[in-house]
Write a protein that binds this ligand. Structure first.
Ligand code: SF4
Length: 437
């Protein structure tokens, strides 16, 4: 069969292709998920990964089109799926959104994968070969493949890509058991099952990757510190630099892991602080976060010359209109090197969506607005407009030219590569316009 894989990068029709190429060369936006799916496809089939939306050709000679996408891209994904089906192609859909709403996705597909597509895709391909494709495949019904050795296949598809890249993505582990109520990754079927690739396989992939800068896509590198320490020990001496995600509890307490991360080439950690309200954290089940440990985690990472970017969410039931000013003050005290702000988004498939829906607080089911910027639910202790304007305020204040310049200069104290990461992250969020209010 001739199989075409399409990911979210090709479903973004608002960013011009030239800007898409630029962004994907310098950031982790990539065809990463498609590469993994290609890597588990039996070699007897011809697999092509679409690299930008310019290349979408509904009358191409592919037999099967597999589209991977999340909630905010679902409208475009369905349009593309319908276009291919009208031209006689067999369409398979996977990703967070089809996993959360398989019956909706099924209206635009011949088959839908619920859960981990890596585990299921080889079975889908076998059923396609034998002409007995099923409408829904749930990864929970398939045995866990703990020993996936993917490095050679991943790298061979990576090398087929025609675009320039300065940063490459890699994934050592999958899933997160914590099940924070707003987290779609952890709450879709199978998403809370944590599994690890063999360390040797990840190291082989890293060694074969040409790019010096890597981005670990793992939801968190601190879920299994023993595994992560083994991986970091193996990375020492490979002369790579990388960015990864981790949680406060381990980073504040486990100095050995922090030290090994630095020695392995880590230049920046992204941490989901979410909020400075402990009761909000408790109510959304973010077990890894204790507010009093935030400063310990940041100081420890800075001590080992790694930058820290925090992600913050607004719109928890505990948030009142003064949360924006207070968050900025607290971030200042932490001395973060960068921050990413979002509004609370009740993604389908999460306990948060269910709760807000039961309370009649979901304002729209236009999934394109589930983008972490638009407010799609009725906040409890402020108006929708206050939340929207608050997000703009906090983003603009934090990313004003003077504050960006200060953070970038401060970043040089951490060394060349961390400063480079701080520069890239901060320039990407620089605000020179006026805020809405
Ligand atoms: S810790 Fe992070 S990845 Fe895990 S469930 Fe919570 S938000 Fe999701």
């Amino acid at each position: 069969m001739r199989i075409l894989l399409i990911g979210e990068i090709c479903l973004d029709f608002t960013t011009p292709p030239i800007l898409q190429s630029f962004l994907s060369a310098f950031s982790y936006r990539s065809t990463f998920n498609e590469r993994l799916i290609a890597a588990v496809t039996p070699r007897k089939h011809v697999v092509e990964i679409l690299e930008n939306n310019k290349q979408i050709d509904f009358s191409s000679d592919h037999d099967v089109v597999h589209i991977v996408f999340g909630t905010s891209a679902s409208f475009n994904a369905y349009r593309v799926a319908d276009g291919f089906r009208e031209n006689g192609k067999t369409v398979v859909l996977s990703g967070n959104h089809p996993s959360a709403l398989p019956n909706e996705a099924k209206q635009h597909a011949d088959a839908v994968v619920v859960g981990d597509a890596l585990k299921v895709w080889p079975h889908v391909v076998r059923d396609l070969e034998e002409g007995r494709l099923q409408p829904i495949y749930n990864s929970m019904a398939f045995k866990e493949e703990q020993s996936l050795s993917l490095a050679d296949n991943i790298v061979s598809f990576m090398k087929m890509e025609r675009r320039i890249r300065f940063v490459n993505a890699v994934e050592a582990t999958r899933g997160c058991p914590d099940k924070c109520v707003f987290c779609q990754y952890s709450n879709i079927p199978g998403g809370s099952i944590f599994y690890t690739r063999p360390v040797e396989d990840v190291l082989n992939e890293v060694k074969m990757t040409n790019e010096k800068l890597l981005y670990f896509k793992d939801l968190s590198m601190t879920i299994n510190p023993v595994y992560t320490k083994t991986l970091f020990r193996g990375m020492k001496g490979l002369n790579k630099r990388f960015i990864c995600h981790g949680n406060v509890n381990v980073l504040a307490r486990d100095e050995e892991l922090v030290k090994l991360a630095h020695e392995a080439g880590c230049i920046e950690w992204t941490i989901g602080f979410e909020t400075f309200s402990q009761s909000a954290l408790n109510n959304v089940n973010k077990k890894a976060n204790r507010v009093e440990e935030y400063i310990l985690a940041v100081e420890k990472l800075h001590d080992y010359s790694m930058a820290v970017v925090g992600t913050f969410v607004f719109g928890f039931d505990e948030d009142t209109p003064d949360v924006f000013e207070k968050t900025l003050e607290n971030i200042e005290k932490l001395g973060l090197d960068g921050a990413i702000f979002a509004v609370l988004t009740p993604y389908p498939g999460t306990p948060l969506f269910k709760k807000l829906d039961e309370e009649g607080r979901i304002l729209t089911r236009d999934w394109s607005k589930y983008n972490r910027k638009d407010v799609v639910f009725e906040p409890k202790n402020m108006t929708k407009e206050e939340l929207e304007n608050g997000l703009s305020f906090v983003t603009d204040e934090f990313n004003s030219p003077s504050k960006v310049a200060y953070r970038v200069l401060k970043g040089f104290k951490l060394g060349f590569y961390p400063a480079f990461a701080v520069l890239a992250g901060n320039l990407g969020s620089l605000r020179v316009g006026h805020r809405k209010n």
